[in-house]
Design a protein around this ligand. Structure first.
Ligand SMILES: Cc1cc2nc3c(=O)[nH]c(=O)nc-3n(C[C@H](O)[C@H](O)[C@H](O)COP(=O)(O)O)c2cc1C
Length: 331
């Protein structure tokens, strides 16, 4: 009788914990949804920060184009027009002193300089640039492989500044080099050391091609990659409802460490978003045989880089633009 009551108590407690986690998750996701609908840039393009982010996306497309392997002149005419319209509209509403907007103009100038011998006139672009004579051309570095990885053993500030995505791949990654990078990546921290992250190495070219087709962000370079890495996070390691973001938080931290580890081992990598609709996510799980309890956090394309290549500059905001001190200034 006592054993029966003890078992019953345990089962009741477990059921109550499950109910609690379900309630927390429902409330948490409802809160996220309300916050997303109220503030996500996609729904509020009229706001300054959202308009600025749209311009960054617009110039990034061109910056990628400027540094892509097998770049063909005349690319991205629609993107140039779209970006000029976005900048015109932004400057009319919010002024001209936003650093990412100035960088967008400098990318347009780099595009024009690349097309200095282009036979067709670019009247609108020329007038646009002539009206902003103080903005110099963006510098998209051209580097040798040795230069790209030269800070491998440098102190962390130089090493971190040297890491960039690379969309140029020229050869297979030696197995032991990838193993060493993956082992190094596992030094990433995780909540209560639960180590949610898992890595699926996609070596089969046809699987990789189908994965990249589902992902949609590798046009012009994905076919050259030697491997795709799919970083997932095991939802089984999530212990209560309020941890609803933990798969992506822990997965994201792992991905950053993985990027540094790949760079340290001389492997070129390009991070790829996994912002896809549910049917695509399900299709990727099915295609790659990823267990359903693993949430896909991120995909990476990687390979050994060629002897020399272009890198997108991707300038960063200054610290004072992103840091807010609360309760003092530390001085
Ligand atoms: C979450 C995330 C998603 C990304 N998705 C893509 C992508 O789909 N295609 C791509 O070419 N680059 C992608 N990138 C690479 C970014 O464009 C790149 O990291 C950014 O411009 C900063 O440049 P850097 O990594 O060279 O410093 C992604 C990066 C992150 C962090």
């Amino acid at each position: 009788m006592i054993v029966f009551l003890k078992n019953l108590k345990r089962r009741l407690e477990a059921a109550l914990l499950r109910m609690k986690a379900r309630r927390e998750a429902s409330r948490g996701f409802a809160y996220d949804k309300a916050q997303f609908l109220a503030h996500a840039g996609a729904l509020h393009l009229d706001r300054k920060a959202a308009a600025c982010a749209e311009i960054v996306m617009g110039y990034h497309v061109l910056e990628k184009g400027l540094t892509m392997p097998r770049r063909r002149l005349g690319f991205g005419k629609g993107a140039v027009l779209h970006l000029m319209n976005l900048i015109d509209s932004f400057e009319r509403r919010f002024g001209t002193d936003e650093p990412p907007v100035r960088h967008a103009v400098s990318v347009l100038r780099a595009y024009r300089e690349l097309h200095r011998d282009w036979p067709e006139p670019m009247k609108r672009l020329d007038a646009f640039l002539a009206a902003r004579p103080d903005v110099p051309s963006a510098l998209e570095p051209h580097v040798t492989r040795e230069e790209f990885f030269s800070a491998k053993d440098a102190p962390f500030p130089a090493f971190a500044a040297s890491r960039h995505v690379c969309r140029h791949f020229a050869g297979p990654i030696p197995r032991e080099t990838l193993d060493a990078a993956l082992a190094l990546a596992s030094t990433a921290p995780s909540a209560c050391n639960r180590q949610h992250a898992r890595v699926h190495v996609i070596d089969d070219p046809s699987l990789r091609e189908r994965l990249f087709a589902l992902q949609g962000g590798t046009r012009g370079f994905g076919a050259d990659a030697d491997k795709a890495l799919v970083v997932t996070a095991d939802l089984s390691a999530v212990r209560w409802g309020w941890e609803r973001h933990d798969a992506y938080v822990n997965g994201g931290i792992f991905v950053m460490n993985l990027c540094y580890a790949l760079h340290y081992h001389g492997i070129a990598h390009c991070i790829l978003h996994w912002s896809v609709e549910p049917a695509t996510d399900r299709e990727a799980h099915r295609l790659l045989g990823i267990p359903e309890n693993e949430a896909i956090a991120q995909v990476l394309a990687c390979g050994m880089p060629p002897e020399e290549f272009d890198v997108a500059a991707s300038p960063r905001r200054a610290p004072e633009e992103i840091v807010t001190w609360h309760g003092g200034t530390g001085k």
